[in-house]
Design a protein around this ligand. Sequence first.
Ligand code: NAP
Length: 488
Amino acid sequence: MSYNFKPSIFFLGATGYLGSEFLIRLQRDFPGLQINALVRSPTPERKAQLDAIYHGTHIVPGTLEDSQIILEESSKVDIVINCASSDHKPSVFAVLDGMNQSAARRPGNPPLLIHLSGAGIIADEARGAFKDNIPEHSDIGLDLRNCPPQNTHLDSDIPIVDAGTRKDNPIRSIIIFPSGCYGVGNGVQKTSIWLRFFLEFVKKLNYVGTWGEGYNAINDVHIKDCADALMVIFKAALEGRADEGAEGLYFCASSSRVPYREWTKVMGDYLYGYGHISQPGTCPMPNDVVDSMGFYGWSLLGGNHFCNSDRLAKLGWEPTESKKHGLIETLPECLDEAWSFLSAQHFQAGAGRLLYFLYFTTLTIFTTSDSMHFLTIFAGALVTVAVTSVTARPSLHSSGFTARDEYSDLSLRSLQNEARDDYHALVVRDVLEAIYARDQGPHLEARARFAGPRGGRFAHHQKDGPDAVPPPGPSMPQNPTRPTQLDK
Ligand SMILES: NC(=O)c1ccc[n+]([C@@H]2O[C@H](COP(=O)([O-])OP(=O)(O)OC[C@H]3O[C@@H](n4cnc5c(N)ncnc54)[C@H](OP(=O)(O)O)[C@@H]3O)[C@@H](O)[C@H]2O)c1
């Protein structure tokens, strides 16, 4: 179908994992639109990255805290797409204020809001414990006011539905609730927010952990399917076929639900195998760690959310990529990508600290008397540590993810690499067995090929005889009903 109407768009979160993957599809199907993207770090590199994804993107410098900018930009366009943060209320309200002005200016032709929320709205309070009969939620007939009221995202989502259903000058509102997205994306940010978030805890604790026992599970969906879903909805909305307002609520999920304790085990074994952390597998994280995120963490990461994407199915969407490549199969490559991303961020944070300290001390040396030098340098060091530690706390939005912990321990651990190589072979085998156990036999060959070149790292260490470590790969038994390592 060709579209004569070329809507103008204000885009929040264009550089993110989901946002940039969707922009790639916009470039493919709708080149030449006027897209204004809010970008908090508009460096030349960032601009070039965005331009490569959507040619001609106009950068609006600003953060989610810049309510006035967000309001003005939202009031000027036909469509606002918000893939930035489903929990940042001030920016959501600024979008709505801007769109309300626009709706009042153009009665009968309201602007459209496509807002990304998350399936965490239906989380239960399992706290990682095993539970039977977990209810499945459909998006058809879903009423946000019937969701557990404390749940994440609802504070932002309910006002959006209200704006889309009010009598006077309603806006057109659509909210999409993805479940856990996985897979390496092709956009600016290549890995999912939750994976980077998890890894921050991993780096801090030196092992992979769960909220409670980790028996809880959520649906997952491949990034490609999620971005395709956004496009299906976008096109349907342009053609006036999409459900909107009270009906404009779309779960985006495949039917796969892997308990946290299963995928975190694969994650722990894999990271341990590469010497990144000090213990393999997974275990419950201590209360003082998980409680630091309060109800929010318990609900989002210790709860179950089982949902069905019935509305997307009505529009013809299917999670085709998720069926081909499941969560566990893609974990190793996602971990590689996310680990290097965070490592680069930590390095930058360290360099930033050093510069800040040098700047502070140089300034004070030139502005204070000789007798004060030592004291001011000492104070400078304290201030630097205090400021950077506070601003570096893991957070799900706004400040992004930078960690307090340095990981000089990594270099120490690399000294032990030789001793680890045999263990590493076992770990790779564990990961592969877990994948077999999850009935993903056909894709295992691909994973085995993935393990191949890295396997080369330890291949010459392998022993012959009864203690030999079986090589990873197609020679492994392919019994999909085999119990996982966790069940042994
Ligand atoms: N990924 C999932 O599995 C999933 C599932 C359900 C719901 N969601 C929701 O979908 C949203 C996007 O997820 P994602 O994985 O795409 O996250 P992401 O990769 O972290 O992307 C977030 C985007 O928002 C921008 N942003 C964040 N804070 C900002 C601030 N203070 N000022 C300006 N821009 C800011 C980021 O800019 P920078 O590039 O500068 O960081 C980035 O473009 C999240 O709200 C999440 O809750 C995600």
